[in-house]
Design a protein around this ligand. Structure first.
Ligand code: ARG
Ligand code: ZN
Ligand code: CA
Length: 237
């Protein structure tokens, strides 16, 4: 048992205008959401339906802001092809989670790299409008959950529907199978593949206010990469 695993975070802000040069307050609001969501300290966890109550996990990860870097750049959208990472390389990716905050464009909120990939592109990217809970944020993605979702990917989680039809697994046994993402704020129960979807899971595609849990199985999968030989073992002190 590794106890609480602390992840030091570097935030790399790349901006083309004053709005995108988000405040330190906006950055700390995002770190606070990560600390709440990965410790089951989020104040909406009480909305988890009884069926899934016993599965809502304290994932036992904490996050501390290590360094903030700010770069002015005339580019106004960066896409999802890691261009921002080549322009502004990650700092100590073997021990730190690097988060680039820049306008991605194309309606994309954020994207992440799974563990085990190239260190030069390791980390997560988020558009400033969907980062944190204060400042330059835009409803309905203004509760910091884009980063909770992307850090879930960074820690090896798949989308809850497994990115395929009912039989496509997300490699987590306590998340019910589904055949596609849910959007907006679904009512409970939402039935797909003959079972109730866990629409309130951070790894679905619902609005920020409508996602509020990781499952125990997802916790086990995230923490497994910190075991000896695991893809993120090097992050442990
Ligand atoms: N990678 C997903 C996207 O950009 C993130 C979805 C996050 N969902 C949310 N409610 N914040 O579409
Ligand atoms: Zn995703
Ligand atoms: Ca599952």
């Amino acid at each position: 048992n590794l106890g609480i695993i602390n992840i030091p975070v570097n935030v790399i802000v790349v901006y083309s205008n004053a709005d995108e040069n988000i405040s330190n307050a906006q950055i700390s609001s995002q770190i606070a959401v990560l600390n709440d969501d990965f410790r089951k300290a989020n104040n909406d966890v009480n909305e988890v339906p009884t069926e899934f109550e016993g599965l809502a996990a304290d994932s036992e990860f904490s996050f501390t802001l290590a360094n903030t870097y700010r770069y002015a750049d005339s580019r106004t959208s960066w896409g999802t092809n890691n261009a921002v990472k080549s322009a502004y390389p990650p700092v100590s990716p073997e021990t730190h989670l690097n988060i680039w905050v820049c306008n991605i464009g194309g309606g994309i909120l954020g994207y992440a790299q799974f563990p085990g990939g190239n260190l030069a592109t390791d980390g997560v990217v988020c558009s400033p409008q969907f980062f944190g809970t204060t400042g330059y944020v835009q409803a309905p993605f203004d509760k910091g959950r884009t980063m909770t979702h992307e850090v879930g990917h960074y820690l090896n989680l798949r989308h809850i529907w497994g990115d395929g039809r009912c039989k496509q697994d997300d490699f987590v046994s306590d998340t019910p199978s589904s055949d596609g993402p849910n959007y907006g704020c679904p009512s409970y129960p939402t039935v797909n593949c003959r079972t109730n979807d866990m629409t309130m899971n951070y790894m679905d595609y619902v609005d920020d206010a409508c996602m509020y849990m990781f499952s125990e199985g997802q916790k086990v999968r995230m923490r497994a990469i910190f075991a000896p030989g695991g893809a993120r073992e090097s992050m442990l002190p």
